[in-house]
Design a protein. Structure first.
Lengths: 154, 129
């Protein structure tokens, strides 16, 4: 007879859960991480879903979010004056005919809005999902793009 | 949290350190079972096909999923750090290791661990006497 899967793993289960929670805590308090290499940067709430990273690529902003299990059709990205919002819903459906030993993945319905640090050109904004990661490329408006000033000798 | 070694406890009670190259996170996993197989479903967003390593050895199922993307540009705001996923399960005897099937779909890893033939339930026909 096959022993129950969960029972064998129960010694690890508590540790795993603890580890997972600790990781979240560390992400919130780790100052080296919050500082994220540039002085103007800040950490957002770490308990939100999906968690978002925003990068500045010079002429564009790049937003990344972990949306495991969601396809491009199931994520909505909207731009408005204030910034960008992403929304969607993930349903975890137990496969038919199986009994569940453990369920750690959860259903989430989410909607998050971000205020962006500069103006965006909506026409050149693209969004894609690959391997469960949403990437939104937000082209900066012309006036917000960095401009090189030539320094002349006098 | 800089410790890169992790203790994996063997079934006989002994523990042995396992070296890891990078800091990892524990992915959430669902475990299902039917008469044919065990099914593990893990959220590993950002991992690609070639970054996934699944091993079954001495009753220990090890799942390592590497996140490929590294962004060189500075983050303006950051809520997570892209990290590899790592998790170890003890699996019961009677799993057909050669037939384990792994599929990655939209950042979700589906692992099918078929039970050996001898463990599957068999229907016995009752014949009229």
């Amino acid at each position: 007879m096959l022993p129950r899967f969960g029972d064998l793993e129960s010694t690890f289960a508590l540790m795993d859960e603890l580890r997972r929670r600790m990781h979240r805590v560390w992400d919130e308090v780790d100052p080296s991480w919050q500082g994220a290499s540039s002085p103007g940067s800040r950490a957002l709430s770490a308990s939100a879903f999906p968690r978002i990273n925003l990068y500045d690529g010079g002429s564009q902003l790049v937003l990344k979010a972990d949306v495991p299990g969601l396809s491009e059709k199931e994520v909505q990205v909207a731009l408005n004056d204030a910034g960008v919002s992403i929304s969607g819903e993930r349903k975890v459906v137990a496969p038919e005919g199986y009994s569940a030993h453990r369920q750690e993945r959860s259903n989430v319905k989410f909607s998050r809005s971000l205020t962006l640090p500069c103006k965006i050109n909506p026409d050149q904004t693209t969004a894609s999902v690959k391997n469960g990661v949403l990437t939104v490329i937000l082209a900066k408006a012309t006036e917000a793009q960095p401009r090189q000033i030539t320094v002349r000798a006098q | 949290m800089a410790d890169n070694t992790d203790l994996v406890r063997r079934r006989d009670g002994s523990a042995e350190p396992v070296q890891r190259q990078r800091d990892t996170v524990v992915p959430p996993v669902d475990v299902y079972e039917n008469s044919e197989e065990l099914l593990l479903v893990a959220d590993v967003p950002g991992a690609s096909h070639d970054g996934i390593d699944v091993q079954l050895e001495k009753g220990q199922l090890t799942i390592l999923a590497k996140r490929g993307e590294e962004t060189a540009v500075a983050a303006v705001a950051a809520e997570y750090r892209p990290r590899d996923y790592f998790r170890v399960f003890s699996v019961p005897q009677g799993i057909d290791a050669s037939k384990i099937d792994a599929q990655l779909n939209a950042g979700v890893l589906w692992l099918r661990l078929p039970k050996q033939e001898s463990l599957r339930p068999r229907r016995i026909d009752v014949k009229p006497g």
